[in-house]
Design a protein around this ligand. Structure first.
Ligand SMILES: Nc1ncnc2c1ncn2[C@@H]1O[C@H](COP(=O)(O)OP(=O)(O)O)[C@@H](O)[C@H]1O
Ligand SMILES: [Mg+2]
Length: 302
């Protein structure tokens, strides 16, 4: 049987998108603010960006001016109604920026999913069909380490941990890293931790400075360890506390719509670039794909 795929036509497949899970089991740390504004920064920079709201609180959509409507599809359909094509669940928020809204009923999905075989892979399977439409996919995780979060980690390339520079944050980080390790070992060998993203940061506070130093030292200990966080660090710049970041969603806006010259916009713009600078280059990724295609071609010609 002749295949009419891009591979057999000699056209290299586009490199897969970079998938980032924004994860912290604690609420109110800046996950949703970071997902919305990093997503907006990537879209403005010309990357085709998808953001998926996995938190039943449904706050992400507010940043894009989207009010939930009862009859509109949500991320719950992504998990529970697999007969609906994933492409039908995407909404465009801005040029280059699409999202899948959440659902306050999403909490029920945790229970329903637990009964399904292969429950950790549903998000990965559903996104696979639409992957090639995007350059970057951001997953706004719920404040728990339950099955929705495990689904996010199963499809992610990297984890970014929004947090505050507080002593207790380090304790929570250790628990989170344990979960990352379990998923990396059992389900997703690709998974890496990029690092912690300091949100609402007050650089003048001496407690804050001490905790950042401790976090830096903590990550240093793991260099060369082979663990998924061996290259992780405290990501720079920190996002400073900036009231405009809290105000923007009440106007249905990202920080780049609402106050594009404020400190919050500058921080998220710079941070988006800093995270992107750590990705393997697109050329490397394409070459990896080409060599897969060559192997594929020689197998096909047998
Ligand atoms: N850098 C910041 N400066 C000021 N307020 C912020 C900043 N980042 C987040 N916030 C506010 O803090 C609260 C919690 O942030 P959010 O992103 O919703 O956290 P999470 O998604 O982790 O629960 C929200 O009211 C948000 O507007
Ligand atoms: Mg949130």
């Amino acid at each position: 049987m002749k295949r009419s795929s891009a591979k057999s036509a000699g056209i290299p497949k586009p490199p897969p998108p970079r998938v980032i899970a924004l994860l912290n089991q604690k609420g109110g740390v800046g996950k949703t603010t970071s997902t919305a504004n990093l997503g907006a920064a990537y879209a403005i920079a010309g990357l085709r960006t998808l953001v998926v709201d996995l938190d039943p609180q449904s706050n992400l959509s507010l940043h894009f001016g989207h009010e939930p409507a009862p009859d509109q599809p949500t991320v719950r359909d992504l998990f529970m109604r697999t007969e609906v094509p994933a492409a039908d669940l995407l909404r465009q928020a801005r040029p280059n920026l699409w999202f899948v809204p959440s659902d306050t009923e999403l909490a029920l999905v945790e229970g329903e999913l637990a009964l399904q075989p292969n429950m950790q892979h549903i998000l990965a399977q559903r996104l696979e069909r639409i992957m090639d439409r995007f350059d970057v996919i951001l997953l706004d995780c719920p404040p728990s380490l339950g099955v929705l979060t495990v689904n996010a980690l199963t499809v992610a390339d990297e984890v970014v941990v929004p947090t505050q520079a507080q002593y207790l944050a380090l304790r929570g980080l250790e628990k989170l890293l344990e979960t990352v390790l379990l998923v990396q070992q059992a389900l997703n060998p690709r998974l890496r931790v990029a690092g912690v993203l300091l949100c609402m940061h007050e650089s003048q506070s001496s407690h804050g400075k001490a905790v950042v130093e401790e976090m830096d030292q903590y990550f240093e200990k793991f260099r060369g360890s082979g663990l998924p966080w061996q290259d992780a660090s405290v990501l720079r710049p920190a996002v400073r506390r900036n009231i405009k970041l809290a105000e923007a969603p009440s106007f249905g806006q990202t920080i780049f719509d609402y106050a594009p010259t404020c400190a919050g916009a500058a921080d998220y713009r710079a941070l988006a670039e800093a995270i992107r600078a750590r990705w393997p280059s697109r050329t490397d990724a394409s070459q990896a794909h080409e060599s897969v295609a060559v192997v594929g071609a020689s197998v096909e010609s047998r």
